[in-house]
Structures are given as structure tokens and as C-alpha cells.
Design a protein around this ligand. Sequence first.
Ligand SMILES: [Zn+2]
Length: 508
Amino acid sequence: MHLSFISTRGQAGLDAPSVTAEVHLSAGLPAFQVVGLGDSSSREIRSRVRAALISSHLKWPDFNITVNLTPAERVTRDTRFDLPIAMGLLVASQQLPRNAIEGREFIGELGLDGCLKPNRGALAAVLAAARAGNTLCLAREGAPQLANVKGCRLIAAPDLLSLCAALKAADPQFVNPLSACPADTYDYPDLSQIRGQPLLYRALELAAAGGHHLLMSGSPGVGKTLAASVLPGLLPPLEPAAQQEVWLIRDLAGLSRANGPTFRAPHHSSSIAALMGGTARALPGEISMAHGGVLFLDELTEFPRAVLNQLRQPLETGEITVSRAEHQHRYPARFQLVAAMNPCPCGLADNEDGSCRCSPDMIRRYRQGASGPLMDRIDLHVKLSKPSPEALLSAAPQGNSSARLRERVAKARERQLSRQHCLNRDLAGDDIVEACALKSTTREGLLKALTALSLSARSAHRRLRVARTLADMTGEERVSMLHINTALSFRDAPTGLEQRDFSDCRQP
Ligand SMILES: [Zn+2]
């Protein structure tokens, strides 16, 4: 029988669903067609597989060859099906015994010289094959790292001929996993590099502890970018499930595996597809690559409004659905947003020398660039001013290292998770009031402050979430008036309110 069935894996989001490559050889004029992939992809696969077989001194079957990849909806236009098709040809033409493919799956791209090349998304295939109890055969490059997946069995080879030899062996060699996973790499700037910015220091602490999104406004050079890149170093290590999602996303995006929270800073000229995910194969975008870490949007108002509006859904749900003509995939995107903007178009409005020539109207239009609903999801707004020259030249403060703060942040996060099973950032209206456990006197003081500042319910909740995090930092059960007053001191930067005195709201 000139027919063979080879198991392989497609790609759907972070999943690798099972696909079968059916190869049929029939008498007739020699021909080779791959059904269901479209002309150009089919022609490319044909050329690569043929050249690889001939270069490997294997016999090209002189038959009318039909290859069918099924089910069709799981098939991506991808080079990952080269190897399964080549294996199907070898089995159908009896150059490889049928028992060589039993209980085994195949994935990989073939070079014209018969070498095997690694594929993006191989990690998802390894996980899926391990769950199915199958052995996965793939390229040797990168295989030891993939072999760290629990319960997987991998056979890796540098080229097609070596793989055939390994498959025929009575007792094939499985890939040994790397002896140790890479240690957590926290190579972000240290917190101690921030000098003379007590408000910023506090904001970073709170952002890390409560998972709050952060908006910084200030002149160029006040250290907004430095502050944003400090934040991932303050976050505790990821939970195993989230870490695995991060690895899967990085693998799909062709990035190396890295432990710990990631930091992504896309430029404001990036396309929607690059940020949200897309391209022809519906691959993850920047917001998914920031999953479990920090997404930094510098010059927030320069981002097109359409892009900022699209951020609202992932900020709320922690995931994004990427739709393209043939595919619709869901990717996780639970990131912490850090945004930065200048006080005015020229960036000099905060200078006291009057060098800013922007009119109030220009400033208002500039600030409106950041959409209101997005602002509503940012709990912490800080207005930064230039640190004094003395502060910049002073010695590094003692005891303010990222590593030390990270420990306190981890404790504060534990308190939140054990109380409400989510971070304070994700607390909705009623839940936040309940979580604050306000005393009646504090409640009265809060009402007084809210009336004095004429704050909306939405912004009141925002301040309460921050106050709750302040209490969690010190391990207090109830939110006190002191916490509320500190939370109130984080001004809405875009509205440009001046600092007010809250002493009249303070409880004795
Ligand atoms: Zn200006």
C-alpha cells in the first residue's frame, strides 16, 4: 500500500492542535501536489522536500504524489510541515519501516541540503505531544531547552538522514534536558538609581505592590524611561502557569526564553498589528509579549487614538483576540501599563524660565490625545519635576535596592491574593469599598475629602485601590485616613491640578 499517515502539530494561539499529513503515491505521470495549502505554499514545500531528499541520498519516489494536511482548519502556512511530509514519502515508498513512525510526531523545516531547522512555536508542540504521550521528532538546535518540559520525549537530529538512522535504531536516544533552567534574570536598572524623586519612588513601590497601572508626566530628562525600566525588577517571580505562557509567547515570537517579568517598550509609530498582534499568521503582538511584565508607552499622546482605544479591552480582560482572514486566536495579555507623557507639546511647560511657548489651547489638545477611558484604568498618576543637582550627585541611598523592595512587594501581593484572590488593581466598585474595611470615622473623612475635591465615583475608587495597597505594604487590616490622604496626593497629571493641602481632611 503506497499510503502513509504522519502525526504532526499545527498552531492555534498558544496551542498546537494535532494535524495528520496523509501521503498517497499512485501510478501515473510523476507529479507532486499538496492539497489545501494554496499554490505558492504548496510549491515551496514541494521544492524544499524534494531537494532535501535528493541531497540526503534518499530516493525520490517517481509516482504521482498527493499530500493532504488534515483537518484543514488547523493547518497554518508554515514550514513546520516539511519534515512530516518527507517522513510520509519515505514510509509510503518503503524506504523507512512503518514501526519507525509509531507513537511519534514530527515537526520541522527542511533546508535544501537536508538539514533540519527549528520552528517557531515548537514549545507548544512539545507540550501537546507530551500530553498525548507521544515522542516528538524535531531539529537538534534548541532541543535541549525544549526537553525541560515535564514528561516529554524528544528525538532530535541535525538532518534528515541522521533522523532516519535514529528512528530505525532499536533503542533511540532521547534528548537530555538542560541541566538547569536559566536562573531568574533581573538585569533591570536598580531602584537606587532614582535620586531626588520621592514621589516617583513611592509610585513605583505602589505600582509594583498593587499591580496598578502608572502614568508619569514631566519634562524630558526627569527620568521617566529609567523609572519604567526599574519596575519589572520590582515584580516578584511569575507563577509557573504564567511563566509557561510567557515562554510560549516568546517562542512563537522567535525570542529566546527568559525568566521573570518582561519589559516591552514599543515605539509610538508601531502599527496596530505589531502592538495588538496580527500579521498574516495572527501571531502575538507587543502587549502579549509584555504578559506578566511591563508595557511601557513613552510619549503616550503620540500614539494614535485608535491604538490607545484598543488597549482598553486587554486592560480589562487580560487577554486579546487576534483575528485575521483565516485565523482567530486568543493570547494572554495581562501586563502592567506604564505610560509617560510630556507636560506640553514642547515639553518645557514645567520650566520656570518661561521657555515654553505653547498656548493653553495647544496644551489642552495635547493632553486630550490620551483617551479618557484609558486614563480611567490608570490608578497612579504622578507629575514629576526635575531632581535637584545635589540629589543627582549624592551617594546612592542605603536600603533602597530593587531586591529588598521586591521582598516587600511579594508580601503585599500575598496579602491581597489571600484576601480577595486578585490584585488591588483588579478590584471593582463594591469590592474595593469592602476590601478597605473603613472605620466609620475614616468613612466620614473620606466623604469630606471627596466632596472638597469634587471627585467622581470612578476616581474615588481609583484612590481607594491605591490606599488599600498602601495599607497592604505595611500589613494593616483597615485602610486609615493617612493611607487615603497619601493616595489622594497622586494627582491626575493630565488635568494639571495643582497640589492641594489635605490637612483639613486628616483625622486627629
Ligand atoms: Zn510647551
